[in-house]
Structures are given as structure tokens and as C-alpha cells.
Design a protein around this ligand. Structure first.
Ligand code: MN
Length: 626
């Protein structure tokens, strides 16, 4: 795109004793700024049999014929050259000149640096922006540089040759000045790049400080009151704000975000709340029209923790995107997961690549993992417990990230509360908040539908389907149809499972008066279908609780090498029991955890009866609630 060039000449140095004038061509200047007869400061680029090539700036070079070379040089030597002729084909003939004393004047493209937020007013004009390269994407046509400054994100398209990387010296993270014309392309603002220069260390530092300062202010979340009064969450507010700020900053700097969550209703609600906030913020802050897809990914973790399989997949994709598409390494957010030492092996792998983590969880936290996290919201840190669900916390954090999504997501804490069987006072408050549109029965239906659909989705996030289940798309008709089908399907399958397994339950009365119920889900329940063993045990437990009103109840559903625990009225600490058993039963191959009173344990098949009997012994010694 030809641009009319206006040059300004700035006096750098004044020396009255001579009149030799040497020009230094600025980074944004091109051929039109080169004038025959003028002397320029240049740099030796290389040699040919017929002479040497001299660069006048990063983009413009000329040839000094060997007959016009005055001294011996090596590559990158600084030389003074006079322009003999600029030929119609763009070739520049130079001759070397030698002066000891001279005056230097800078030639700069006249382009005022504008802030990215002001670009819409500059349509059709040539402008300069200064900022950090946040992404470099090579297309089959131009190279797309994504630049961020203190006010926004902007793409610049630089074209050298189809599919050839423009400005190969410019790398991800460089601070640059980009000059070009502001255009509309596919309904989006784009800069057609005429010049891109890497700022000197000093210049870069100035811009970096300016951007960093402004981004810090811009990333600061708004002070929104909680949706419901909550002593525990009020105490968590500073940490929630910290998480919100880190996430906002990731969006403003085009850092990809991976959101991993527990694959149940609570986990999904917490993650979807944040998804809504992040996606809308990405849309608001400019950049690519499809940025909300390649800069944000949500994925469930099948295990109740961030397992090695998860980090391996996330790392694999991130590194490929980093190499192929010039993307930054991601920020990883874990919700309803991430607080326990079971997550540690994954954190260790991630730390090799300096991947930052934030965690929003309500599982009983292990202190050993905090060294891997930038921020960690967990009600146990402030005297609360798992009754404050991840869905409540995630929704409150989402509102801090982007308050505009509030009306869309305000029912998610209620769904999460019933899904996770919260008994905290906040449960009733969140339910009351949305009672008109989502009564408790509707919240229960949605929670069940989420669990059921996630079973079929397996490792997928089902982004759009889940929106329909949660009624986030505005198509209430479709939401109702889908929900009715899913509820019917889930209930039919649960009823099937219960009719098969309830007859095989073995009851015991423990010495602390707890009613213990054992179910072998391997041989007395349908396998590889809905409800899976954990949910099957939960459903069995619910029925047994109804049959044993007023009594402490513990249900253990076990398979060949695992057991799932559900309890009511028994003061247990499952993660602690698992840790103790690991020491007490050598060769048990024991691992596991979960919540204090709801969790799971794994072991080697040959040690099953030893492990389960030892576990029952611990339950029999636990205190019961009177
Ligand atoms: Mn949960």
C-alpha cells in the first residue's frame, strides 16, 4: 500500500565548525525518504565480488561499487555513504565518503504514536503504535503480528511474500514500534504494516513500564458486592480479587487461558461462570474475531484432580501452539480441583515450563501445593468448608472478572449448591436469589442433567450443549426440551441401576453406632454406563439415609481396586485416613482423597479386603454427630 511520506528532520547535534551533514534513516522510513546527493550513516551488510552492500536502516540497502570503496571493512562496520542515484527499479547506488567531523540529523517517518483504543478514529490514516508482540501468526499470505499496549490489542498484517515470515528478527515478547495504515478487513480493524522496528533496550524499558503500569490499573477488578451475604466469602474476597486480576491481565495480554475443572455439576458451574466472563472480556478487548476460541479452552478433568494425563495434553497442545502459531504459554485455571497433593505431580511438570496456575477449589487443601500457585481461593483457608462450593466461588470471581455477565450466571451457584449437596447457609441464599426463574427443583434437574451429559461428553467440554442445559443461550424453549429429555434419561438409568444393586447391600452396625453399608459395584451394578460407580454409590447412600433417619450412615461402594465413600453424621477426614492407611498397610498400593466426608480410595486388587477392613476400623473409631 503506497503511503505518502512526510519526513521530519530533527537536529541531533550542532557543530558550527563544519557543514557536513549526515542523515540517519529512522526505522519507519522507506525508499521515498532516500534522497540522491545526501550522505547517510550506514552499516556494512555483506560483500560481493563487485562491491559491498550497506544498510541505511533495517529495510533499505544499497550497493557501494568496489571502485567507490575507500577503506577495508568487515560486516556490521559503520560507514558513511553518499547516494549517487536511486534507480527506477529501487536499487540504490552508493559511494563511501570519509569525514572525521560532521553533524547528524535523524530522518523519521512522520507518524504520531497512537493508543490502540484510539485506532477506530484513524481509519485510512498511517499511524504508529508501540507495544509488545503478543502473538506472531504466519498465514499463507501475510504475517500477523498481535500487538498489545496499555489500552488494547491490535493485529498488524505484514506482507513480504505469500507465506513468508515478515520481519524475522521480531520475536514474541519484543517491544516494537509498528507503522502502517489503519484499514477495515472482514469487518475488523487491521493495520497494514509498512514498518516494524524493535525498540532499543532503553526505549523498550520506557514503553514496558508504561504498559505494565496501565495494565495493572486496567486489570484491577471492579468492587462488586457478593451476590449473597457470606462471612466466609467476604474473607476470601482479597484472594478472589487476586485471581480475577490475574485472569483479566491474561486476557488483556493475549495470553491463552486453559480452564480445567472437576467433571461434575459443581465443577461445570464454576468453570462455565468463569468461561462466560472471560469470553465476553476477550470479545470486548479486540484482537481476532475467533480469539475466544483459540485463546480460551475449557476442559473437564476425569479424575477428581488435575492428573498427569491432563497436564500432558495441555502442555502438548500449548507447546505446539507456541511453536506453530506464536502463542504465549497459557495461564491454567483449576476449579473444583487443584487444592490437594494429588495435583502436585502435574504442577511439577508444569513448573518446568513456568506455566502459571490459579486455583478455585473447596476440597480440603494441602499446604504443600501453594508454592506452585499464583493464587488459591479455598474456604478452608479462612475457616470455612466444602459447603461453599466451587460453583459459588467461581461465579463470584466471574463477576469480578466481568460484572456484565452477572444476570446470565447468577443461578449457577444454586445449581452447584444442590449438585454438591452443600449444607452451608449460603445454599439457601443463592437458591432464594433465583427462586422465580430457577426453583430448587429446577436447579436439581439441571445439576442431574449436567452430570448425565458430562458422562456422555467424556473428555469434551460440550461448550454449546452445556450452555443450553444451563439456559445461557436465551433459547428457553430448547433448554426445556433438552432438559426434560436428559432428566428422563438419567432417572431411567438411575432407577435401573438401583433396582439391580439395592438388593445386594450388606449392612453392619459399627461400635460408634454408625450404620455401615457395603456394595460391590463391580458385580452388583451395571458397568461402563450411567450412573458410574461414584454416582451409583451416592444414589444408594441417599436412599439408605432416608431409610435410617437420625442415624449416622456410611456407604462404601467398592470395585476390585477402589472404594467410594459417602457419609452422613460421621466426623471423618478421608484424605487423612488415606494417608494413614498408606503408611499402615505396606504393599497396599494406596492412594486417593477427596472431601473430608466424601471421597475415594484406590489400592491393589490383592489387598482389597485388608484395606477395606482397615478403613472400616477407622470409620468405627470416628466420632459421630449426636
Ligand atoms: Mn465441588
Amino acid at each position: 500500500m503506497p503511503v505518502s511520506l512526510l519526513c521530519v528532520v530533527k537536529k541531533m547535534q550542532n557543530n558550527d565548525s563544519n557543514n557536513v551533514l549526515v542523515y540517519r534513516l529512522g526505522a519507519g522510513c522507506d525508499l521515498a525518504d532516500v534522497e540522491a546527493g545526501n550522505i547517510y550513516q550506514g552499516k556494512v551488510q555483506g560483500f560481493a565480488t563487485f562491491g559491498m552492500f550497506v544498510q541505511l536502516n533495517d529495510r533499505i540497502k544499497g550497493l557501494v561499487h568496489k571502485s567507490n570503496v575507500k577503506a577495508e571493512h568487515k560486516e556490521r562496520d559503520s560507514v558513511l555513504v553518499k547516494v549517487r542515484e536511486v534507480r527506477p527499479n529501487g536499487n540504490i547506488d552508493l559511494e563511501e565518503v570519509q569525514h572525521q567531523v560532521y553533524q547528524v540529523e535523524n530522518v523519521e517517518r512522520k507518524s504520531t504514536t497512537v493508543r490502540i483504543i484510539d485506532l477506530p478514529e484513524k481509519l485510512g490514516k498511517t499511524v504508529a503504535i508501540e507495544g509488545e508482540i503478543a502473538q506472531i501468526k504466519q498465514t499463507s499470505g501475510p504475517t500477523i503480528f498481535t500487538i498489545i499496549d496499555e489500552t488494547g490489542t491490535q493485529n498488524g498484517a505484514a506482507f513480504i511474500e505469500a507465506g513468508v515470515r515478515a520481519y524475522p528478527e521480531a520475536e514474541l515478547g519484543n517491544m516494537v514500534k509498528l507503522i502502517g495504515e489503519v484499514m477495515m478487513r472482514n469487518g475488523q480493524l487491521q493495520i497494514e504494516v509498512d514498518g516494524l522496528s524493535i525498540l532499543t533496550d532503553e526505549e523498550a524499558e520506557v514503553v514496558r513500564v508504561r504498559i505494565e503500569k496501565a495494565l495493572d490499573v486496567r486489570s484491577e477488578p471492579e468492587n462488586v458486592p457478593l451476590l449473597v451475604p457470606s462471612e466466609v466469602m467476604e474473607k476470601l474476597r482479597p484472594e478472589m480479587k487476586k485471581v480475577a486480576k490475574i485472569i483479566r491481565k491474561a486476557v488483556f495480554t493475549s495470553q491463552p487461558i486453559i480452564l480445567r475443572h472437576h467433571a461434575d455439576a459443581d465443577g461445570i458451574c464454576s468453570a462455565v461462570a468463569i468461561e462466560q466472563a472471560v469470553v465476553s472480556l476477550i470479545r470486548e478487548s479486540g484482537g481476532d474475531f475467533d480469539a475466544e476460541y483459540f485463546l480460551f479452552k475449557r476442559a473437564p478433568s476425569k479424575a477428581p484432580f488435575y492428573e498427569i494425563e491432563d497436564i500432558t495434553r495441555d502442555l502438548d497442545f500449548s507447546l505446539k501452539d507456541h511453536v506453530r502459531f506464536g502463542q504465549k504459554m497459557p495461564l491454567v485455571i483449576l476449579t473444583d480441583n487443584g487444592s490437594t497433593e494429588e495435583d502436585e505431580p502435574s504442577y511439577k511438570i508444569a513448573s518446568v515450563y513456568d506455566i502459571p496456575f490459579v486455583v478455585i477449589d473447596h476440597h480440603h487443601p494441602d499446604t504443600t501445593i501453594d508454592k506452585y500457585l499464583l493464587a488459591h481461593v479455598n474456604p478452608y483457608h479462612v475457616g470455612g468448608d466444602f459447603g461453599i462450593t466451587a460453583g459459588m466461588l467461581g461465579t463470584e470471581v466471574a463477576r469480578m472478572i466481568n460484572p456484565k455477565v452477572e444476570s446470565l450466571i447468577s443461578h449457577l451457584p444454586a445449581v452447584a449448591a444442590v449438585g454438591d449437596r452443600s449444607e452451608a447457609p449460603e445454599r439457601a441464599l443463592y437458591l432464594a436469589l433465583v427462586r422465580d426463574n430457577f426453583p430448587e427443583s429446577a436447579c436439581k434437574d439441571i445439576a442431574l442433567a449436567l452430570d448425565y451429559e458430562q458422562f456422555w461428553l467424556r473428555f469434551n467440554d460440550g461448550r454449546e450443549i452445556v450452555k443450553d442445559i444451563l439456559n445461557l443461550t436465551g433459547n428457553t424453549e430448547r433448554h426445556k426440551k433438552l432438559l426434560a429429555l436428559l432428566i428422563d434419561g438419567a432417572n431411567t438409568m438411575i432407577a435401573d441401576q438401583m433396582s439391580a444393586c439395592m438388593a445386594h447391600i450388606e449392612p453392619r452396625v459399627l461400635k460408634n453406632d454408625a450404620r455401615l453399608f457395603l456394595l460391590d459395584v463391580e458385580i452388583h451394578a451395571h458397568k461402563f454406563t450411567f450412573p458410574p460407580p461414584g454416582k451409583t454409590s451416592g444414589e444408594v447412600h441417599d436412599r439408605l439415609c432416608q431409610q435410617n433417619v437420625g442415624k449416622p450412615v456410611v456407604t462404601i461402594g467398592f470395585g476390585p481396586d477402589f472404594a467410594v465413600l459417602r457419609s452422613r453424621g460421621v466426623l471423618m477426614n478421608i484424605p487423612k485416613m488415606v494417608r494413614e492407611l498408606r503408611v499402615e498397610i505396606p504393599g497396599g498400593g494406596i492412594s486417593g482423597g477427596g472431601h473430608l466426608v466424601v471421597g475415594s480410595i484406590k489400592f491393589v486388587e490383592g489387598m482389597r479386603s485388608v484395606v477395606i477392613e482397615a478403613l472400616i476400623d477407622k470409620i468405627a473409631n470416628a466420632q459421630v454427630q449426636q
